[in-house]
Design a protein around this ligand. Structure first.
Ligand SMILES: *[C@@H]1O[C@H](CO)[C@@H](O)[C@H](O)[C@H]1NC(C)=O
Ligand SMILES: *[C@@H]1O[C@H](CO)[C@@H](O)[C@H](O)[C@H]1NC(C)=O
Ligand SMILES: *[C@@H]1O[C@H](CO)[C@@H](O)[C@H](O)[C@H]1NC(C)=O
Ligand SMILES: *[C@@H]1O[C@H](CO)[C@@H](O)[C@H](O)[C@H]1NC(C)=O
Ligand SMILES: *[C@@H]1O[C@H](CO)[C@@H](O)[C@H](O)[C@H]1NC(C)=O
Ligand SMILES: *[C@@H]1O[C@H](CO)[C@@H](O)[C@H](O)[C@H]1NC(C)=O
Ligand SMILES: *[C@@H]1O[C@H](CO)[C@@H](O)[C@H](O)[C@H]1NC(C)=O
Ligand SMILES: *[C@@H]1O[C@H](CO)[C@@H](O)[C@H](O)[C@H]1NC(C)=O
Ligand SMILES: *[C@@H]1O[C@H](CO)[C@@H](O)[C@H](O)[C@H]1NC(C)=O
Ligand SMILES: *[C@@H]1O[C@H](CO)[C@@H](O)[C@H](O)[C@H]1NC(C)=O
Ligand SMILES: *[C@@H]1O[C@H](CO)[C@@H](O)[C@H](O)[C@H]1NC(C)=O
Ligand SMILES: CC(=O)N[C@H]1CO[C@H](CO)[C@@H](O)[C@@H]1O
Length: 716
């Protein structure tokens, strides 16, 4: 009985300081706040990952770093949508919650705006750029005005009047953004729906009304694109090489941009040896790669695809001529990779030719025809560019003259292509031929759709898509119908391919069948569809090796960025397309096809053998594979600078790509700094409060919790 009384007394004692009412209030307040803050921090943790983005990454050359990077734990900022230039004011000066993550409308992604953002990095955490639809009307090219300057033919010591594009700024729209160094991350939002998710989050939480500051919580974005390499290729390669001498597990921070060139010969040659000096070869070349500001986004419709598709179609047409095996000269088709980055592919081929590491030598080259951008012809004209400096030599000049006349004759039979000469004192546009002319004065011509500056208004940008070269399909067609739908662009390119095929036939010494050579618009349209619209189509599937299926991706076009893990998708698909168009189906089993050395009639020195998937059978259940024999091969395209260990080379491309660990983007809600402080303070209060209570309870524990009496003492 007395213990009960003591009990109540003890409880009163413990709470005497606070008063029982006060305690109750404090407790309920604590619970309430904890609930509120707890709810808030749970909300804060709801991250929405952005699934369809492309980052801008860091690339390095001998002297500079370009591109973007974030801090190692990602950069975070409150989202602010910038739809017109005036909106920048908020981000740059007015907004009270820096740093900001700017969601920039595609049309505003210009040098002018970017310079403003670059100038106030303390207020900018990063940038997400949405795609402009339709493409910016004024044109947009993040490349430079004088592409590959310094690595082509003209320099202060050779044709100085043409050096640094003094004569013509070929890519006059180029603003050079893709060659700038940014200290914050920049991502491309590829999916409109995701952009809308972000905008909605912004509208719900962050929209400022009447210029007043929005209320927390705010919608924020976090971008991760931390880059390991810094400063320059010289720095990062030296670091890697020092590590690899001292460590078994060196940490590599950058890799050279490299891939493979695709090439084939009209008449098979022994690739284990080299040609005799008096074997003559006509070279026809184009480039495979393109780029944009963002990593692995390189649609390159006009800057690469249209021309390599034309060359593939010309190859098909020429191989079909009945007397190709008896022509006095051979023809070599070559597709250079990495030309975008200071001529990686062509400089490597010239390097290999000079050192006898390639079956064809420089002295074997009789003439050189190159296709650059050819899809945007105005009024039928195809322009023939030649080099004025090498033509100072009269013998070179007469060879070039012969080349141009041959082309003109071949064009005469095709009314829709008008070949035009240019002023003899006009320099070559950026082209692979320049790398060959650096080594030897060969007679060469570059064919383009532009007389002076590029017609391409989206050179090396994300907008150089099928739309840019007017490839479009009537609606309500199935993918299979689109694949075979002959577009006007395909017809026009097939005409160019016909002219090219005929000219090559004649340059190779053919006479009898020139006018029967005809490129197939059907082939051109399928290739355009495959490379620009949907690579994963029935034709591309049927011509690839089974293990290469995944290179076609799911939906959509291929990207033509050279990259560091090779061969890339484009390289393989072009090689297999070339094999399909110029090769023969041979009757070999799978084992024989994979190792033809045991078959007496076949020879691996002369041919390449591919066991391809083949088409689906009639009921669509299985594929009918077969063996294709062709001369379509790959040859390494790594800049000689890395072969030679000259990482500071000014002769060869030195571009490398930084490595990274984590690239991703996400959005979430964040609380204000004040709210976070309050949360902390309340948390602390709760802690102190509970400590006090615990102490009191503990101090009076003997009173509060009466130890069970000894069983023996239970009386009454
Ligand atoms: C990205 O994918 C995840 C998982 O599929 C999904 O929860 C999220 O909503 C997606 N992000 C956006 C912005 O749609
Ligand atoms: C490296 O790239 C930067 C940026 O484009 C350029 O200014 C510089 O001249 C390049 N360096 C070399 C050696 O090519
Ligand atoms: C965007 O969402 C709409 C409706 O939800 C859908 O029809 C459309 O296919 C989506 N677009 C993309 C690119 O996912
Ligand atoms: C914004 O300003 C208008 C008039 O200037 C006013 O009617 C409105 O209440 C303001 N809204 C807010 C959220 O302050
Ligand atoms: C190709 O050349 C190699 C080395 O010169 C020679 O061994 C081989 O027999 C040649 N192959 C053919 C088919 O001529
Ligand atoms: C002109 O070029 C040819 C080779 O194409 C060379 O043999 C000749 O010596 C050159 N002539 C002059 C004057 O340089
Ligand atoms: C070629 O261009 C030069 C200078 O650009 C000019 O002087 C010359 O008249 C032009 N020739 C022709 C045939 O247009
Ligand atoms: C090509 O010819 C020009 C002019 O005739 C000459 O200056 C140059 O050195 C030659 N180039 C090579 C690689 O021989
Ligand atoms: C390229 O090939 C890779 C690897 O097979 C594949 O994952 C990727 O989706 C392909 N890229 C495109 C754009 O199709
Ligand atoms: C090329 O592909 C077409 C269509 O799949 C096929 O009919 C043809 O036999 C192939 N040709 C070669 C040489 O592989
Ligand atoms: C499909 O056709 C193949 C022969 O082309 C046959 O062997 C197979 O049984 C057929 N499958 C079905 C489900 O009809
Ligand atoms: C000006 C402003 O506060 N705008 C919005 C910001 O987000 C909050 C929270 O969702 C909204 O209530 C505001 O209207």
């Amino acid at each position: 009985r007395s213990s009960e009384a003591q009990d109540g007394h003890g409880w009163k004692m413990a709470t005497a300081g606070l008063g029982s009412r006060g305690l109750l209030r404090l407790l309920s307040f604590c619970v309430l706040l904890a609930g509120l803050c707890g709810g808030n921090s749970v909300e804060r943790k709801i991250y929405i990952p952005l699934n369809k983005t492309a980052p801008c990454v860091r690339l390095l050359n001998a002297t500079h770093q370009i591109g973007c990077h974030s801090s190692i734990s990602g950069d975070t900022g409150v989202i602010h949508v910038v739809e017109k230039e005036e909106d920048l004011q908020w981000v740059l000066t007015d907004g009270p919650n820096p740093p900001y993550m700017v969601l920039l409308e595609g049309t505003l992604f210009t040098r002018k705006v970017m310079e403003k953002l670059k100038g106030s990095t303390s207020r900018i955490a990063g940038l997400a750029v949405s795609l402009a639809k339709p493409s910016p009307a004024a044109g947009f090219s993040p490349s430079v005005q004088c592409p590959n300057d310094g690595f082509g033919l003209y320099s202060n010591s050779y044709g100085p009047e043409f050096a640094h594009c003094r004569d013509i700024q070929w890519n006059y729209l180029g603003d050079g953004l893709a060659y700038e160094d940014f200290s914050f991350p920049i991502f491309l939002l590829e999916d409109e729906n995701e952009t809308n998710v972000i905008k909605q989050c912004y509208r719900d939480h962050n929209l400022s009304q009447n210029g007043s500051a929005p209320v927390f919580p705010l919608c924020a974005m976090q971008l991760f694109s931390h880059m390991h390499a810094v400063l320059s290729t010289v720095t990062c390669m030296r670091r890697s090489s020092i590590q690899s001498t001292f460590s078994i597990n060196p940490e590599i921070v950058c890799d050279p941009l490299s891939d493979y060139n695709v090439w084939s010969m009209l008449k098979p040659i022994n690739t284990s040896g080299t040609l005799e000096p008096d074997d003559k070869v006509v070279v026809v070349a184009t480039q495979l790669d393109s780029r944009s500001f963002f990593w692995n986004v390189a649609p390159g419709a006009e800057s690469a695809v249209a021309s390599f598709v034309t060359q593939l179609a010309a190859a098909e047409a020429l191989y079909k001529a009945p007397d190709v095996t008896t022509l006095p000269r051979n023809v070599m088709f070559v597709f250079f990779q990495g030309e975008t980055f200071d001529y990686i592919g062509s400089s490597r081929m010239v390097y290999d030719m000079e050192r006898g590491k390639f079956p064809v030598q420089l002295e074997n080259i009789d003439s050189f025809v190159e296709l650059r951008q050819v899809a945007l012809r105005e009024s039928l004209e195809l322009w023939m560019h030649t080099d004025p400096v090498s033509q100072k030599n009269k013998s070179v000049q007469s060879q070039v003259e012969h080349l141009l006349t041959t082309l003109e004759e071949s064009g005469a039979g095709v009314p829709t292509v008008v070949l035009r000469r240019l002023n003899q004192s006009q320099p070559l546009p950026p082209s692979s031929l320049q790398r060959f002319l650096r080594a030897r004065n060969i007679s060469g011509v570059v064919l383009t759709d532009h007389a002076t500056v590029f017609h391409n208004r989206y050179y090396h940008s994300v907008y150089d898509t099928a739309e840019n070269i007017n490839v479009s399909y009537p609606g309500q067609q199935s993918p299979e119908e689109d694949l075979d739908f002959v577009t006007d662009t395909a017809k026009a390119l097939a005409d160019v391919a016909t002219v090219l095929g005929r000219a090559l036939y004649q340059l190779a010494g053919g006479t009898n069948f020139r006018d029967t050579i005809q490129a197939d618009p059907h082939t051109v349209t399928r290739l355009l569809y495959g490379f620009l619209v949907r690579a994963n189509n029935s034709w591309f599937q049927s011509i690839l090796r089974q293990d290469l299926r995944s290179y076609l991706g799911d939906q959509g076009p291929l990207q033509h960025y050279i990259a560091v893990s090779s061969p890339t998708n484009t390289t393989y698909v072009v090689q297999y397309a070339l094999a399909n168009l110029t090769g023969k189906v041979v009757d070999l089993t799978r084992e024989q096809c994979q190792d033809p050395s045991k078959v007496p009639s076949e020879n691996k020195d002369l041919y390449e053998y591919m066991w391809v998937q083949g088409p689906l059978n009639s009921n669509g259940t299985e594929r009918l594979p077969y063996c294709v024999r062709s001369t379509a091969r790959l040859v390494r395209a790594v800049s000689p600078a890395f072969e030679l260990g000259q990482w500071g080379s000014t002769e060869y491309s030195t571009w490398t790509e930084s490595r990274w660990k984590d690239i991703r983007a996400r959005i979430f809600l964040i609380a204000s700094k004040e709210l976070e402080l309050i949360t902390l303070a309340v948390g602390f209060g709760v802690l102190v409060c509970s400590l006090v209570i615990t102490y009191c309870i503990n101090a009076k524990a003997d009173v509060l919790f009466i130890a069970p009496r000894e069983p023996g003492s239970v009386s009454f």
